[in-house]
Design a protein around this ligand. Structure first.
Ligand SMILES: Nc1nc2c(ncn2[C@@H]2O[C@H](COP(=O)(O)OP(=O)(O)OP(=O)(O)O)[C@@H](O)[C@H]2O)c(=O)[nH]1
Ligand SMILES: [Mg+2]
Length: 462
């Protein structure tokens, strides 16, 4: 390993350690996540290929690997998610979904909740190919507009979201016949990938352009794709789109001479996936620390509101029971009974009445209002958090259900002290990690790639 690779590796380990030691324990404790947050980021760099059926995902993968690993064909060919990773041995090794989901070496355990149907559509192929030396590829079933989630037997959008979280680079392939009909895929990406990294992590590819009859046809397809993309993204600016076609076609139409096949450039970009890993890790920490803080903040707010409500009710209860005790005292002193009672008995009975009414108040009235508050909060948890900008609204959308689930599970009994301590610890470690990582990334990017030479900063030179 040269200096730069060493630097990369130690930085990567450091980031995974921050997630594992600081964030995961809190995330698991409160049910923010069911599996350790580090699980998704500790494996090798991952490139995810998405797109319509027959858009050429598997053909591209075979081309990258230099061998026919994936089945290809004109009709919808593959309904499985296939992870393709490096094998030391020449002989290919395959694993089925169940094994893959349960093996802690891999980052897929959070997909276990998708059930057996998903497991039977999930597999791993270990292939000896130089292309896979520093990354893994994930081939996905083509999008079919006619297939509903029920037909699939698992939640396709959620699965795509989980893979997108793991992936360092995502390719979305279109073809001229179905340019831009992948709203479902797009929606799950939008929900899972932080906006700030979207542009760096997603590559759009218009594939099979050799099937356009002429330049006019290609421009028409490009126009349709741009229109559909802007409809999906809600943005007017169009992302860079790679025009590519398979090298299988030895006789591309003449007009393509005007247009460079960006296949080679695309391959180079895919090979850069490991470079995205550090950025992905830094963003992963920032994103989860923001969401985890928002999650804890909402539960803390619940605890505070409940404490205030109980305090107000207790004060009111003291007042009511005091008045009631006073009333009993006054009634007893002014009634005929006062003669038959000893002098100490009347205040004693008055205080007793006050105490009993206070207990009754706490048990009946206070509990009634606290339960009502609990139910009202579950019905509308948005009251727990100020949503003053779109960023917070987006984050809230991702954590709201988890906040509800925690409140339901704990039946609204939360420990403010522990929550506040954990909240502070997450803020502190994430802030420090994010700052250190950004500084380290700048330094890393300044290092020369060739061997052990590095650009010295002025402080290093002295
Ligand atoms: N002309 C042309 N044909 C292509 C190109 N890429 C793929 N094909 C053909 O298109 C068909 C579909 O390709 P696949 O690679 O199977 O597509 P896919 O996206 O994996 O499809 P599913 O697995 O069904 O989702 C195959 O017959 C390929 O030979 C291309 O660039 N140009
Ligand atoms: Mg395929």
């Amino acid at each position: 390993m040269n200096y730069k690779e060493n630097y990369y590796e130690s930085l990567r380990r450091e980031l995974v350690a921050v997630v594992e030691q600081k964030m995961s324990p809190v995330a698991l404790k409160y049910g923010y996540s069911q599996t350790g947050l580090e699980e998704k980021i500790k494996w090798r760099p991952v490139v995810l290929l998405l797109g319509n059926y027959s858009s050429g995902k598997s053909t591209l993968i075979n081309e990258l690997l230099g061998q026919p690993v994936q089945k290809t064909g004109q009709a919808p060919t593959d309904d499985s998610f296939t992870v393709i990773t490096y094998n030391e041995d020449d002989e290919r090794e395959d694993r089925d979904g169940m094994v893959l989901l349960n093996d802690p070496e891999f980052p897929f355990s959070s997909l276990k909740k998708q059930g057996k149907r998903f497991a039977s559509h999930f597999k791993l192929k270990k292939v000896k190919s130089p292309f896979l030396e520093s990354l893994a590829l994930i081939d996905t079933p083509g999008m079919l507009d006619s297939v509903s989630e029920r037909d699939r037997g698992y939640d396709y959008q959620e699965v795509i979201g989980e893979f997108a979280n793991i992936a360092d680079l995502i390719l979305i392939l279109f073809d001229p016949h179905k340019a831009g009909t992948i709203r479902e895929t797009y929606e799950s990406l939008r929900k899972t990938i932080p906006k700030s990294t979207y542009e760096d992590r997603v590559l759009f590819v218009l594939n099979r352009v050799d099937e356009c009859e002429n330049l006019n046809d290609l421009l028409r397809v490009y126009g349709t794709l741009c229109w559909n993309l802007s409809q999906m993204t809600g943005r007017k600016d169009i992302p860079h789109i790679h025009f590519t076609y398979s090298s299988e076609n030895a006789n591309p139409p003449e007009f393509l001479g005007l247009l460079q096949n960006q296949r080679a450039e695309l391959k180079q970009n895919i090979l850069k996936a490991p470079k995205h890993r550090l950025d992905h890790l830094a963003t992963y920490i920032e994103d989860h620390s923001e969401k985890l803080s928002h999650f804890l903040e909402a539960i803390i707010q619940y605890g505070r509101k409940k404490r205030l409500l109980m305090l107000q009710l207790t004060l009111l209860g003291l007042l009511v029971s005091g008045l009631f005790g006073g009333l009993v005292f006054w009634l007893l002193s002014s009634s005929d009974l006062s003669a038959s009672l000893s002098r100490e008995a009347i205040p004693f009975l008055g205080s007793g009445a006050a105490l009993v009414s206070l207990i009754a108040w706490v048990v009946v009235v206070e509990m009634f209002f606290v339960k009502r508050f609990y139910r009202a909060t579950l019905a509308d948890p948005e009251d727990l958090t100020p949503l003053y900008d779109q960023h917070r609204r987006d984050n809230w959308e991702r954590v709201e259900d988890r906040v509800k689930a925690y409140l339901e599970k704990s039946r609204g009994k939360v420990s403010l002290f522990a929550l506040q301590r954990d909240f502070r610890s997450i803020r502190r470690s994430a802030k420090k990690a994010a700052k250190d990582v950004r500084a380290a990334l700048t330094e890393y990017n300044g290092l020369k790639a060739n061997g052990e030479t590095l650009v010295l900063s002025s402080s290093d030179e002295t």
